[in-house]
Write a protein that binds this ligand. Structure first.
Ligand SMILES: Cc1cc2nc3c(=O)[nH]c(=O)nc-3n(C[C@H](O)[C@H](O)[C@H](O)COP(=O)(O)OP(=O)(O)OC[C@H]3O[C@@H](n4cnc5c(N)ncnc54)[C@H](O)[C@@H]3O)c2cc1C
Length: 232
């Protein structure tokens, strides 16, 4: 019943049931947890995510987002009788703006793909994990992943400037500032194009919590060269 309703909303080709639901969507990588969801939905847009959640909400059926399933604690394993929601069709890596040093990435994109897109533009998406080839942007944000550059660059949420989120009842929240860093941050913005000397001067003249300094940490994309200037 719910699977048919979801199929009508997002297309039958994007809704799987029974044995067609692969292990990735039912079992965690440690193979400690498993489930039998009523269906797997693969929406292709924010509106389709909203449609799935509206239907699930009306039917009081739990929905679990399944990302790369690298979380290792079973959090992405759906409930028995629940709905597995995969954003794997929503993997677009959009504009990389070298002026504001930001990038827009859909939640289903693989972290490594986003890293490589930034690198191709001479920028650095600092978050890096051993699971980079499987973990999704939505997953690393949801878990606030740290990784092997965390001491220098911070956790994933330190790099998030905005989100387009869908609530459990299907409401779409466009908390997604499209402005430049200087508009997003309050006060002065430390430009990543600064030289090391300018950056050091800026750090001396600002308190550790000043917005200028924080912007270096908050920007999702950095020029590779900024690695040498951003931190002490
Ligand atoms: C080899 C390896 C190395 C790792 N190294 C690190 C590390 O150094 N640091 C670290 O912090 N973690 C590390 N991890 C853990 C893991 O990679 C992270 O937790 C990762 O952030 C999970 O991303 P995922 O896409 O696989 O999410 P999943 O495991 O699929 O999901 C994790 C949780 O996020 C939710 N979720 C997923 N996508 C969304 C979305 N779009 N919207 C809302 N909720 C969502 C899921 O429902 C679930 O609750 C490692 C894992 C492995 C296997």
């Amino acid at each position: 019943m719910i699977a048919a309703q979801i199929a009508a909303a997002i297309g039958a080709a994007h809704v799987l049931t029974g044995a067609d639901i692969g292990e990735h969507y039912r079992i965690d990588i440690g193979r400690k947890f498993s489930a039998h969801p009523v269906c797997l939905a693969k929406p292709g847009s924010v509106e389709e995510v909203s449609a799935v959640l509206q239907l699930a909400h009306a039917a009081a059926i739990a929905v679990t987002v399944v990302g790369g399933q690298t979380g290792t604690c079973g959090a992405a394993v759906p409930n028995d009788g629940g709905i597995a929601l995969s954003l794997e069709r929503m993997k677009f890596v959009g504009e990389i703006d070298l002026l504001s040093m930001t990038m827009e990435v859909e939640a289903g994109a693989i972290l490594q793909v986003a890293q490589e897109a930034a690198e191709a533009k001479g920028a650095l998406l600092p978050l890096d994990l051993g699971s980079r080839g499987s973990a999704t942007i939505g997953g690393v944000i949801a878990t606030n992943a740290g990784g092997n550059r965390v001491l220098r660059w911070g956790m994933m949420r330190d790099m998030v400037l905005g989100l387009e989120a869908v609530l459990a009842d299907g409401t779409i929240l466009p908390c997604f500032p499209r402005g430049k860093k200087s508009e997003i941050a309050c006060g002065d913005c430390v430009s990543i194009q600064q030289t090391a000397a300018e950056c050091a001067e800026s750090k001396e003249s600002n308190s550790p919590s000043s917005s200028g300094e924080r912007m270096v940490w908050k920007s999702p994309v950095f020029r590779s060269s900024s690695v040498s200037v951003s931190n002490i």
